[in-house]
Design a protein around this ligand. Structure first.
Ligand code: LRY
Length: 234
């Protein structure tokens, strides 16, 4: 492992993504978000789709963690499920390939071991392993993952009853694995991010709270009720 002080992913990483249905899901918007985040000191960005990665890569040399959310029939895994997607992410300019590193079935019967091995051997890229539990972290680490992140805590059948951020998972990962550990998912304030770093994360990835206009407005609207009458001061 690289010495911690020279490790490229440190401190705050900003996830610049938008739902496909959102007007924000456009390369120029994603580039603007990424540049704004990097201008303010984020050390890296996490970007979805080859098109968005390529657009960001044209504008910055900062580290890009690439992923590709792809849905396949009868398959729960959607974060870079297969090598084909990893290849396109690397060609688009991603420095790190983020994958769902749980041991659930992948389309085409690919295994986690083979996927990580191919990313290393054929693409020469490090693997950012999104995990949900200590068990999947063990499998991912044994399969050669270069970094473990708590990204899927709260989003898989075995963790759906839990609410991110996965601080308890983070603590376990920090204690048990000799690779960098990242806290990702559910961080919604600088204080929460600091807590993750205090618990031993080398970096935190923040998405919705910084770049998630769609989700943030939706959550305001779910709470706010329409005023029944508006009163004015006499
Ligand atoms: C579970 C999943 O699909 N997570 C995705 C991974 O790329 C993104 O949708 C999240 O926004 C990202 O992990 C950051 O998390 P948060 O938006 O909570 O800060």
């Amino acid at each position: 492992m690289q010495r911690p002080e020279s490790f490229p992913l440190q401190g705050l990483i900003v996830s610049c993504q938008a739902p496909i249905s959102s007007p924000l899901h456009h390369p120029s918007v994603i580039v603007a978000m990424a540049k704004a985040a990097l201008n303010q000191g984020a050390t890296a960005v996490r970007i979805d789709t080859p098109a968005h990665i390529q657009a960001v890569r044209e504008q910055t040399d900062a580290p890009i963690i690439g992923l590709w959310k792809r849905q396949f029939p009868d398959c729960e895994i959607y974060i870079t499920p297969q090598f084909d997607q990893a290849l396109e992410l690397a060609q688009a300019g991603a420095d790190w390939i983020a994958i769902d590193a749980t041991n659930r079935p992948r389309p085409g019967g690919e295994t986690l071991h083979i996927l990580i091995d191919q990313i290393h051997r054929q693409l020469n890229k490090p693997v950012f392993a999104d995990v949900d539990t200590l068990e999947s972290a063990n499998l991912a680490f044994d399969a050669g993952a270069d970094l473990l992140a708590t990204t899927l805590y709260g989003y898989t059948p075995s963790t759906r009853h839990l609410t991110p951020p996965g601080y308890n998972l983070l603590e376990q990962l920090v204690q048990q694995f000799s690779c960098p550990i990242v806290c990702e998912g559910g961080i919604s304030s600088p204080e929460m991010a600091q807590k993750a770093l205090d618990l031993g994360a080398i970096a935190v990835v923040v998405g919705t709270d910084i770049t998630g206009i769609d989700q943030k407005v939706k959550s305001y609207q779910q709470i706010l009720s329409t005023p029944k009458s508006v009163r004015y001061a006499e």
